[in-house]
Write a protein that binds this ligand. Structure first.
Ligand code: AMP
Length: 465
């Protein structure tokens, strides 16, 4: 392919009005997206899917966590000729982990396209499995450059029918020493193929590669707005994906909060997390784009009137939400872009109050944290996972507080008489009776939280009375 200097550059913003249904994506893929719970395209998806659907080459500045995998996988799946079995799409990824992750993503987006076969090929796995996979035929190959070259050299991978080539994390591939392999694959595959290059950064070497091998690519970068409110304290907690629920539970135990919104990425995650929190005795409900307006409003009213404390939401469901008593926002799943982050944390610190925003960051997502700090021009303060001792100390303090406040109640005399009688008749120490009552209070609170919220149709306290 000839050198092309005139690559067009179009900086795209979030594309808030775009829906997956407007992008020309195959209806079976749309159905799978609904299953995985994506509500709207992320900014990089809104910006890159249309040119990819039009057959254009694309250079996308995007990092892990922005939704870039679906940005190329959805157009590829839509445009595949599923009746053919030879490889039509090749995704090159720097590591075995990423290759597997991308192959899995293709698998889940093509759930309703059983004729689509996706094969990961990477170094470290035996050739046997890969050879039999290649013999059976796969339209989509996701591989690390070294192993792809090995198969090309052995003649076991035929890329003569290749139509789509994706370079995922191109800068990483070069850093890892795959420059030559990548260039060979670009040069030795059919000229007419469509190429999408995704990279977190744009070092000169990537620019050169794009100019040499891509045909008038559309360049996509996602612009971010800045400006976060000064009355919001922003913190982050480093935590692996597996430990997030435990971390959240501990944070909820030690933080003094009034109302809270917890943000997750998908509709299904709102339901799952709300249910898990309820099982832990917390008053939590989900809101997401699947709920009818009346249901959503009812839940938000509960949050407003204090009969509900925790809302688990997606970005779309929480858009424009304005509830004064939200003292905390927790970004349980890190947002795809800085704009969403700014919008999310803006749900707290309303009406001149102060607010706290807490972000969960896994080690792989640290670059997203850096990007948030850069664009909002604010450093987030790192906090440690509250220890079991912190949690216990907080429980004891809460328990002591509730005793102190109940000691001031007018109804104490009636119960004092009952308790004194019980102690006399049964010859039991007062401390034992107090402990037994405390136990009952705790168990009741737990079962109330479990009972009170069947999915998203809970009567408000007004309706119930
Ligand atoms: P990626 O940047 O491709 O590694 O994607 C990061 C995460 O975002 C993955 O867990 C995806 O499942 C998820 N994701 C991708 N696109 C969307 C979307 N439009 N809505 C919600 N989650 C998404």
């Amino acid at each position: 392919m000839s050198e092309s200097e005139n690559s067009s550059s179009s900086a795209s913003t979030a594309g808030e009005s775009t829906a997956f249904g407007d992008l020309g994506i195959d209806s079976r893929v749309l159905k799978a997206l609904d299953d995985v719970g994506y509500e709207t395209p992320s900014p990089i998806q809104a910006a890159t899917i249309p040119p990819l659907m039009d057959g254009r080459d694309v250079v996308g500045l995007a990092q892990t966590g922005t939704g870039k995998t679906a940005a190329f996988a959805l157009p590829v799946l839509t445009r595949l000729d599923t009746s053919a079995r030879k490889p039509q799409a090749l995704v090159l990824a720097p590591t075995r982990e990423l290759a597997l992750q991308v192959a899995e993503a293709f698998g889940s987006y093509s759930t309703y396209m059983p004729e689509v076969k996706v094969l990961p090929i990477y170094g470290g796995q035996s050739y046997g499995i890969q050879l039999s996979g290649l013999r059976r035929g796969a339209q989509v190959i996701v591989g690390t450059p070294g192993r792809v070259i090995d198969h090309l050299d052995k003649g076991t991978l035929d890329l003569s029918q290749l139509e789509f080539l994706v370079l995922d994390e191109a800068d990483e591939m070069l850093t890892m020493g795959f420059a030559e392999d990548v260039e060979r694959i670009l040069a030795d595959t059919p000229d007419e193929k469509q190429v999408a290059l995704f990279s977190a950064t744009m070092p000169a070497a990537i620019g050169r590669l794009a100019r040499k091998y891509l045909n008038n690519p559309q360049e996509v970068t996602v612009k971010n707005k800045t400006a976060t409110a000064q009355n919001i304290t922003q913190k982050y907690l480093q935590v692996s994906h597996q430990r997030k629920l435990d971390a959240l539970t501990r944070v909820l135990e030690v933080e003094q909060f009034d109302g809270m919104i917890i943000f997750v990425r998908t509709k299904s995650a709102t339901e799952e997390l709300a249910e898990k929190l309820r099982a832990r005795g917390l008053s939590a409900m989900a809101i997401n784009g699947d709920m009818v307006q009346a249901q959503r409003e009812r839940t938000i009213n509960q949050l407003k009137d204090g009969s509900l404390d925790i809302l688990v939401a997606t970005d779309v469901a929480a858009r424009g939400l304005d509830v004064d008593r939200i003292s905390h926002v927790v970004n349980y799943d890190i947002p795809h872009d800085v704009e969403s982050y700014v919008h999310r944390i803006g749900r707290t610190g309303r009406a001149g109050r102060s607010g706290t925003a807490l972000l969960f960051v896994s080690p792989r997502e640290r670059h997203l944290l850096r990007s948030i700090e850069r664009h909002t021009r604010q450093d987030l303060e790192e906090i440690d996972l509250p220890s079991v001792d912190d949690v216990n100390a907080q429980r004891v303090a809460k328990f002591a507080d509730s005793i102190t406040s109940n000691l001031g109640s007018d109804n104490l005399d009636l119960f004092r008489g009952l308790v004194e009688n019980y102690a006399r008749e049964n010859d039991v120490a007062m401390a034992d009776i107090a402990a037994a009552l405390a136990l009952e209070t705790r168990d009741r609170a737990r079962s109330r939280a479990m009972r009170s919220t069947p999915r998203h149709s809970v009567p408000t306290s007004a309706e119930a009375s």
